[in-house]
Design a protein. Structure first.
Length: 289
């Protein structure tokens, strides 16, 4: 497998006359009978968030990307949305000459992957969604809704972002997304803090709260257009997206999707409980696809 530290970049013409640099990494090589795997990180994340997963699948051709506006990809002033991220995935797979892929997405990356699969069902051989966002049921309490309203205000939003964009703020934000608190260490905090200092980060990071409908899957038909195999992996302790409330909603979009609950894991399931997550993903790849 190639060195985990090897960064590659491509220029994406995301709008007429506008281009942004996208970071990705490639590992392994294509093997007959084995699909390529594409890992897509969640909100605020980056491809390094998969560092405890990717090395376990060295027999596969693996790709991992930083979504536009996150990680080390550029952060232009654009209307961010699941549709935009799906377009990025489509462009990236075309650039890499991949016509069949197993897409593994966490949180917002899972929602983006599902959006892509809905629009390009024949390209996706399997869809593995780890605590995906995009459907929230009635889990957002009135206080959270009020907070989103405040963030939508340009001035207040910028002030709140400035308070968040530092190691202390990042630590406080990551802690509730982990059951295993030891995982929220200095290395992880530094990983998540660094992109926040980039030019344009405030715009991209505040976009989901300012335009929540652009990050929702509510408007997709039920079931959606993707009918191939799909799998839901969920941390039992995810208080933001509790499995007993959210999984049934995703199964309306993906009635073919079974659900696998991982105990003692929260929202960042793939990193929080990486050994159990890797074992389940390996089982899916070997026996279900």
């Amino acid at each position: 497998m190639k060195n985990l530290a090897e960064d590659l970049f491509l220029d994406w013409k995301y709008e007429k006359g506008k281009t942004a640099r996208i970071r990705y990494r490639e590992f392994g090589r294509s093997t007959p009978g084995r699909p390529s795997l594409l890992f897509v990180h969640g909100y605020g994340g980056m491809l390094e968030h998969w560092d405890e997963n990717i090395p376990e699948f060295a027999d596969y051709h693996i790709l991992a990307i930083d979504l536009l506006g996150f990680g080390m990809s550029e952060k232009p002033n654009v209307r961010y949305s699941l549709s935009l991220f799906a377009s990025q995935i489509r462009l990236f797979l075309k650039y890499m000459k991949i016509d069949s892929v197993v897409l593994i997405g966490h949180s917002m990356g899972g929602a983006s992957g599902l959006y892509f699969a809905h629009e390009n069902p024949d390209v996706v051989k399997g869809l593995v969604l780890a605590n995906p966002s995009g459907l929230f049921g009635d889990t957002m309490d009135p206080m959270a809704k009020a907070l989103f309203g405040l963030i939508a205000s340009p001035i207040i939003g910028e002030v709140m972002f400035a308070a968040f964009a530092n190691p202390v703020g990042v630590s406080q934000s990551l802690t509730p997304t982990y059951y295993n608190q030891k995982k929220v260490n200095l290395r992880l905090i530094k990983q998540f803090t660094k992109p926040l200092l980039d030019k344009g980060a405030a715009w991209s990071y505040l976009s989901p709260s300012r335009r929540p409908n652009d990050f929702s899957l509510e408007h997709l038909p039920k079931p959606c257009n993707y009918r191939n195999k799909a799998f839901l992996l969920w941390g039992a302790e995810d208080s933001a997206l509790p499995p007993h409330k959210i999984i049934p909603e995703f199964q309306e979009l993906l009635p073919q999707a079974g659900a696998f609950i991982i105990p003692e894991a929260s929202h960042c399931i793939h990193h929080d409980a990486h050994e159990t997550f890797n074992a389940r993903l390996a089982y899916i790849l070997e026996h279900e696809l």
